[in-house]
Design a protein around this ligand. Sequence first.
Ligand code: PMP
Length: 558
Amino acid sequence: MTPWWAWAGVAAAAAATAPWGIQRVMLSLAKHPSLAGHPRLARRISRWVPAYCFALEDAWGRDGAPPAVQAQRQHAFVSLGQRLRAAAPRTLALTEQAREGLPDLQLTGRYRVPFPFSALVREHLPVGAFWQRSEGVELIDLDGNRYYDLTGSYGVNLYGLDFYKTCMEQAEQMGRALGPVLGGYHPCVADNVERLRRLSGMDAVSFHMSGTEAVMQAVRLARYHTGRRYVVRFAGAYHGWWDDVQPGPGNPGTPRDTLTLADLSERTLRVLRRRRDIACVLVNPLQALHPNRAAPGDSTLVLARSGEGVSRAAYADWLRRLREVCSAAGIALIFDEVFLGFRLAPGGAQAYFGVPADLVCYGKTLGGGLPIGVVCGRAHWMRRYRDDRPADLVFARGTFNAHPYVMAAMNVFLRRLEAPEIAADTQEADAYWATWLQRFNTALQQAAVPVRVRGLSSVWTVDYPQVGRYHWLLQYYLREAGLALSWVGTGRLIFSHNYRDEEMAAVLQRLLQACRRMTADGWWWRDPALTDDIWRQRLRRALAKEMARAWWQRAAAF
Ligand code: PMP
């Protein structure tokens, strides 16, 4: 018989661990049910995904298309490749030459499309990686081809490439006399600090070399001042490539101090209220466009892409509640405005959504065309030492942190923000981009193509409301039509604010032209006898079978 004291021990252990158990359950409930909400699991699963690729002859009937459509597609695929090759021989030759020594180029080339099609695409649909020059809203390749720039230089290009060329030229003049003197500051730094304090509404500023570094610094400060270890990020949100903010696929490490919680969730607020070990919450306001999802790239565009963003009012309401909870729990609320900063408003997301943060990270466009990361914060959070404990400080210095040329380019950028045309742009930006979104969608609907666009200001994403295996091909037809997208493809179209109506109309016409070609070449064929639901189920089942077969073949090979 079990002695009484053993039962008492079990009861005492249960009582002691109950709060931990409750906390654990609450944490699990606050995770988004998708894989984006479970990055470690996603990473584990990603290792199990078997490699397989289609041959040219058996790639085009993956949606059950009849042989005639498959033949039409194969012909279209090969001839699209021939046209792309013929149009840009010099650009493609240099791309090919550089590929072997540039693993980054190898990666982007490989992950433009879903992996089973990747080898075929690399062989047949070449895309140049080099540009000769830029003019207005156009990029010009080594063969003289002109493309409307929808890459937005990863978001750096907000006011138009010519704007940044001027910033860089003037910066060179301003910084030349001092040259690469580091450690001490160029006089313009003092002005930058004042301007940034005004714009951000914060007390203090620190300069870094990239957005990733700015986020690292903000998190480090939050940990230092709270004495707590955990960083909360929201499912799907990007915050740079530092280990702690990238716990899923793509990072071989296993960050232990990162909690990935659901965006816009009461359960998340409950966790934040209850726990006493959370140092900070990171918010990337771009998630309003696709909450709880990763950035929409074509490499993961397997069957369809459509998502509901949330309205400005709904997201503002969420941020307000998050703000209240963070204040009450002593958690630093960090806005990561590296991508969106200045695009929504000069005062950024804080001004646009009407919610103040404790620390704000900026980057990209703020460098006036040069590499930058900036943290602005309230005095308390920005302090690097304690008066009462002299050996307990927080270190963050980097060789190039306030490079004179970068500081000068930033200074030109910040001064130019005050120009009347920039102020006018900010006033009208929301309405302008909303009007064009509507025009695009009306035209796409009239053209009867399964493509729609959504956006937050001038950052757009292409949705495919109907399931299909070949939507990713649209990026190549867009290239042919003279639209340049970044390697992530149609998930991110980034417009600079110097696009005028004529250019927007031209982009729309080119998009329609590409969509019509997709239709004519049979890529959006679907079995007319099937309802939407059955069609979706059939494609899903075919995809699952395909994966299972590949997995089985791999297992059998061992
Ligand atoms: N945060 C956000 C929201 C970003 O979009 C990015 C870059 N895309 C980063 C951080 C990292 O910035 P960087 O690439 O300059 O390191």
